[in-house]
Design a protein. Sequence first.
Lengths: 412, 374
Amino acid sequence: MSEEVIKKPKYVEDPNSAKSKLNKITSDHYSNLWMAKEKGEMIGWCASNFPQEIFETLGLTVCYPENQAAAIAARGAGEKMCLISEGDGYSNDICAYARVSLAYAKIKDAPEQNMPQPDYLLCCNNICNTMIKWYENLSVELNIPLVLIDIPFNPDYNPSKAEVEYVKNQFLEAIKQLEKITGKTWSDEKFKEVMEISNRTSRAWLKATNFTKNTPSPLNGFDLLNHMAVAVCARGKIEAAEAFELLAEEYEKAVQEGTSTFRAEEKHRLMFEGIACWPHLRVTATELKSRGINMVATIYADAFGFIYDDLDGLIEAYCNVPNAMNLEHARDKRVAIAKNTKAEALLVHTNRSCKLWSGFMYEMSRQIGEACEIPVASFDGDQADPRNFSEAQYATRVQALTEIMESNKGGK
Amino acid sequence: MTKVNELLEQFHKVAVSPEEQLKSYLSQGRKVVACVPVYTPEELIHSMNLVPFGAWGAEIEVREAKKYFPAFICSILQTTLEMGITGKYDGISAIVIPSLCDSLKCLGENWKYGVPNIPFIPMTYPQNRNNDNGRAFTKAGYLRVIDDLEKITGKKFSEAELAKSNKVYNLHNQAMRRLSDVLVEYPWISASQRNDIFKSAYYMTKEEHTTLVNQLMDLLLEMPKETSNMKKIITTGIIADSRDLLTIIGENDMQIVGDDIAHESRQYRTDVNESKDALEGLADKFSRMDNCSVLYDVDKKRGDYIAEMAKRTGADGVVVVMTKFCDPEEFDYPIMKKKFDAAGIPSVLIEVDMQMNNYEQARTALQTFKDMLN
């Protein structure tokens, strides 16, 4: 008598779901790049926070070394790529995204996430000055032109008029440089259209991410780390606006129905600070989930939500990205997010790759903890180099936070 | 010779005991403003009758600063913050911190909370600097520094005084450039003594320093030039003032014949064009600065610049003095190394920080390098 084998039904993703549409935008992003390359179009490599309105208006095809490095690291090849750069004389102190990217520029193949080689580079340092050094080196190694929009770190609460003027003039100059490099032409009408779509996408993205304020949250906060790729690479595209609008609708429905993509009982609500620890994403997520901790707050949501009315507003938005802000402004933004989402603890990723993000985080996280009356713990990790993370240390820190959150609840 | 030694001793005393200089200025009733690297506009401070005082860290243990900085921030900034927190800068009116690298941005933010008794004045420079837009932004940054200095110290700024200070600094630049060349002919002046001359400039007014440097050069030029069998080297990096390292350079019969050290000659390469309005002139000066890891350079000419310097000075090799955790320098290194190799210039990388108490690795590397040069 043969034994009957009961197979689990294969999971089929609903092609009309927001997740499916967002995943398609990401996969189309890469396939479109290859098609463009094959057609002989020029390809740009672009910093994640370079004003995308410029190249969307010009109709240029660009891709993002930061996204690529994160994907390569998440798929297990961060160390392999870092070692290639280190072999070429790059210190292991240098940002691991940069080490992965410089290695890719050299060997031109990473099955974990390939993308076409660039014909020009678009750099913006509103997230860090490391971008400048990384792109300078790419430009020299690949012998291709580099366009830099310099957006300095702002030591005051808001950007000064002088800064907005300085950045605006560079924005206009970058358009001229790109017209010359690519032969494409600027259209004010198209620019207006791109600005409208970008605002629509940003509004939808911010609306969707804001659903984490509900208890329980209709989403696992780690979902945002995946969707963020679309907020980076397709903000100016109508498909992205529509997919995020659909995502927000789904979350709204989930709130009404009491469902969530967080597949556990939401016992605790956490704010996560810093770039994801991509090489150990599963471990970092599972450790939280197994304790019923959902990540409901992160500055990431704000990082790619650009809302503005006109060119000056656009420039100010790019001057006001989280890593270009002074401590007080950065703190207040986070305090508002933590309070809005009712976060019960702050877990800080002291990211070995990111001096700017980690360099004044001790003081800022102390202030956030005090303002929100929540416990704070940090762990050592890295956005792409797996060697800088200890699972045991992470577990211990998460455990400590859990105990305090439990104790706080018991005391209430 | 006695007089030369006296002058060298004078530079040495100032270089190794900046706290004495600070006390002295404060006791004279002078107001002092700390200047953090890399390109703080000292001319502005000087023109307002304030004493610019270098803050490049020190070889001290870091304890308190660890509450603010993670371990992977360079020791220059860790120890600068440590000195602030532990009261070593007490009496100073303000600190100017330019944000030319990511760690410098963090120093400013941490300073506000770690050292609340010494006001932080930010200086924001443009990277796209060599055009009218960049110069206008530099000028706006300087106006902000002036405004803060006026509020904090009660002193007043004037273009006329700045024009005088620009001249004082130009004369000092010229003296320091000449000094580097003159010292090539006097190899018995050690790497440590050379560093004393450069380092002391941060703790004296530029008028005083220029006078002493010119006196030294006049005396030296009266003496016969010497040749030696020492190996001639160029140093490059952010700072190379470690006594241990400089002693090892000397022990290995190496003479520094030129440098691309931010703490040394990088400060003195560019003069203010005195035919321009004073503040415009100062902004124009920054716009023309180059060949430095914290200044954007799409062509990355720094390696060629050093190779050319090596050629001009007859250097046998380049010693890259890498400040640990300085990523701008770490990014430049592989590109520079290629340029050195292409030009047939031997080079060696020595990693240093201000907490190092064991220089054996550096010693071995330099001994091997010397053997290679032989």
